[in-house]
Design a protein around this ligand. Structure first.
Ligand code: SAH
Length: 354
């Protein structure tokens, strides 16, 4: 048993079964044993690889998209450039390099990273330099100003609760103990106002996930953008309306049992983009767009060609493989989706449609 498994078992013995959200939060962010709190999990040697770690083109195009949105809104100065969950800081480094020549963008920008993990803050500082970066713990701590924000694979790390549909109510899936082992169980059936709208599109036995922290963060971002201007790009795997059990654990690039080794595997759930879009009102939201379509509209093919000119042999092969991986339907191109938020009455961020 891991140290965290012992601690969680003791907590369940004392206070009863815990929600999946509490379990997920402890596994990812426990200050001593949590997955993100204690390690840098990215890359080929780590547990998983994300789009900015696959190719510099991802961060570059995201940067140009946000810079164009900034210009479309009259280049407000100063503005906050924010990234929640910046991982290694790779996306931000590529974004900053690509936007260096956008007139006024860097001088107007106040760069803020939202990161709870001390280990990853150190990695981000090493990637970006301490210079002009402000770290904060929560999106709510971002200063009041026009907000241009990118969140890649951030919302999928936020704790979800799962509910199994009964005849007319819902039973929460909870983590309890059987013979001292962590096991999944079901709470009693209750009616839930926040899931009333899901009674129409589910059958008894179906599982629905909710992510209250994700909705609260989207509400905050949406309110800022509607009030001060700005734009947000939310990129993640998921769908417009989530249905089914998407809670999963990944370690060493393969999926594992989420209860087997708490704190040692990454835990995620698919993002319910409809819930984020609803919560972000009064900001306007774009259509949910496949990542491949978004990147192609922003000109990734031309960028890939330019970069390819300087490469040969294995480096060229790997560059072209990265391009395919980001855009192709069978790879990340359709599994990952992009939702844009923007102020009503302004153009949506480039690459996305109202
Ligand atoms: N965006 C990066 C990393 C994604 S992993 C990339 O694309 O490579 C998730 C990131 O979110 C990590 O940096 C993790 O430490 C951070 N994170 C997870 N939960 C968080 C929370 N509640 N608040 C702030 N950061 C969080």
């Amino acid at each position: 048993m891991t140290a965290l498994a012992e601690a969680l078992a003791a907590r369940i013995r004392a206070t009863g079964p815990m929600s999946l959200a509490d379990y997920m939060a402890a596994c990812l962010m426990d200050p001593r044993h949590g997955y993100y709190a204690t390690r840098d999990p990215f890359g080929r040697g780590g547990d998983f690889i994300t789009a900015p770690e696959i190719s510099q083109m991802f961060g570059e195009l995201v940067g140009l998209c946000l810079a164009q949105a900034w210009m479309d809104q009259g280049a407000p100065t100063p503005f906050v450039l924010a990234e929640p969950g910046p991982g290694r800081g790779t996306l931000m480094a590529d974004l900053l390099r690509a936007t260096r020549r956008v007139p006024g963008f860097h001088t107007a920008m106040r760069l803020h990273l939202v990161e709870t993990s001390p280990t990853l803050r150190e990695v981000q500082a090493a990637t970006l330099g301490q210079g002009d970066v402000t770290w904060c713990d929560r999106v709510e701590d971002l200063p009041e100003a026009p907000l241009f924000l990118i969140a890649n694979e951030f919302f999928d790390a936020l704790p979800v609760r799962q509910f199994q549909r009964g005849q007319s109510g819902w039973r929460e899936r909870v983590v309890g103990l059987t013979d001292d082992r962590l096991t999944l169980g079901l709470g009693p059936e209750t009616a839930l106002d926040e899931l009333a709208h899901r009674l129409g599109d589910t059958q008894p036995g179906d599982i629905v996930e909710t992510c209250a922290p994700g909705a609260a963060i989207a509400a905050h971002i949406g309110a800022r953008i509607a009030e001060h201007g700005g734009a947000a790009l939310i990129i993640d795997y998921g769908d417009w309306r989530a249905l089914g059990d998407t809670f999963q654990a990944v370690a060493g690039h393969t999926t594992t049992d989420p209860l087997a080794a708490p704190g040692a595997a990454d835990l995620t759930a698919h993002v319910d983009f409809e819930a984020l879009a609803r919560a972000s009102a009064p900001a306007a939201h774009t259509r949910l767009t496949p990542q491949g379509v978004f990147l192609e509209r922003l000109g990734i093919a031309a960028r890939a060609e330019t970069l390819a000119r300087g490469l040969s042999g294995a480096a060229l092969e790997s560059h072209m493989a990265a391009y395919r991986r980001l855009t192709r339907a069978q790879e990340m191109g359709t599994l990952f989706k992009v939702l844009g938020l923007y102020p009503p009455g302004t153009p949506p961020p480039p690459g996305l449609e109202p």
